[in-house]
Ligand binder design. Structure first.
Ligand SMILES: [Zn+2]
Length: 283
């Protein structure tokens, strides 16, 4: 049997899975991300061998943090300082003899949600709220790209926010008033002094309000049919959190129809499932 390989290369963990022709995961493994490039690459190759077994590998896809050059497959994930200008596509294609496609993790997650999460929306926006915050926008299933292939950064928009501790609203990108600084895991720690899972009901409402303002901007600019939201913070906040954010969006959005807003269907596997989708020749 032939298999397709998906890799989710994150700042804290690396996940690798082998899937069949229908995208069903057959085997999967994970390990912690190290601080050394050589160790990560060795781990990745060993994990691929482990999940592929003796099967023929038909293609590989990978999700990793930006910035990167998706055409050349050269990656420099911001939160993995040992990885700078790594020609991952060339390295993997020569090592494994099959096609290898890599893209920004949030784009790959959008592809995963679209392909395996039952999405048929023509204009589909996927957002992830985890350590940081980002998104991917698909038009008829194709990734929307900016100038010179630049990845639009949904988390680095300025919003009209509410915050009991405004001095702690500091984005890692250096710009003021970014959405990411208010609703991401790192932003929540800075503002509330604790992880998202420890937030009180009132604090969750404040985060939902701020997310809703960000959704309102995104809906006004992209006019998408559907927004799905995944990542640890969103999954932790659950349906109630997403509903509160959607109500804020609906209240403030004028002129443009409100999109559907829902939690991700794929939970923590969205990027991994997207990487598998990227491994297929005719995605
Ligand atoms: Zn920012």
């Amino acid at each position: 049997m032939a298999v397709f390989i998906g890799l989710d290369i994150g700042g804290t963990k690396i996940m690798v899975a082998a899937a069949d022709q229908e995208g069903n995961i057959l085997r999967r493994v994970r390990t912690d991300t190290s601080t050394r490039l050589e160790e990560d690459l060795t781990n990745i190759n060993n994990m691929i061998s482990e999940v592929a077994g003796n099967e023929e590998i038909m293609g590989m896809g990978a999700a990793i943090g930006g910035p990167l050059d998706w055409e050349q497959g050269i990656v420099s994930p911001l939160h993995q300082p040992a990885w700078r200008n790594i020609p991952l596509k060339a390295m993997m294609e020569s090592r494994w003899g099959c096609s290898f496609h890599v893209d920004v993790d949030t784009n790959v997650a959008a592809v995963g949600e679209y392909r395996w999460g039952g999405v048929s929306a023509g204009r589909f926006l996927y957002l992830t709220l985890s350590t940081g915050m980002g998104g991917g926008f698909l038009v008829d299933g194709e990734i929307y790209r900016g100038q010179d292939g630049a990845h639009p950064e949904a988390g680095h928009q300025s919003i009209h926010f509410r915050c009991a501790n405004p001095a702690a609203v500091q984005c890692e990108c250096g710009a003021p008033d970014c959405l990411e600084a208010l609703v991401s895991g790192n932003g929540i720690r800075r503002i509330y002094g604790k992880p998202a899972e420890m937030l009180s009901r009132e604090e969750w409402e404040e985060v939902a309000y701020n997310l809703g303002q960000g959704l309102r901007n995104l809906a006004a600019l992209y006019a998408p049919d559907l927004i799905r939201i995944g990542g640890g913070v969103a999954v932790g906040g659950g349906e109630h959190f997403i509903r509160s954010a959607r109500e804020v969006m609906e209240e403030h959005l004028k002129l443009v129809p409100s999109p559907q807003v829902a939690l991700s269907d794929l939970g923590y596997d969205t990027a991994l499932r997207g990487a598998i989708a990227m491994a297929f020749p005719n995605r």
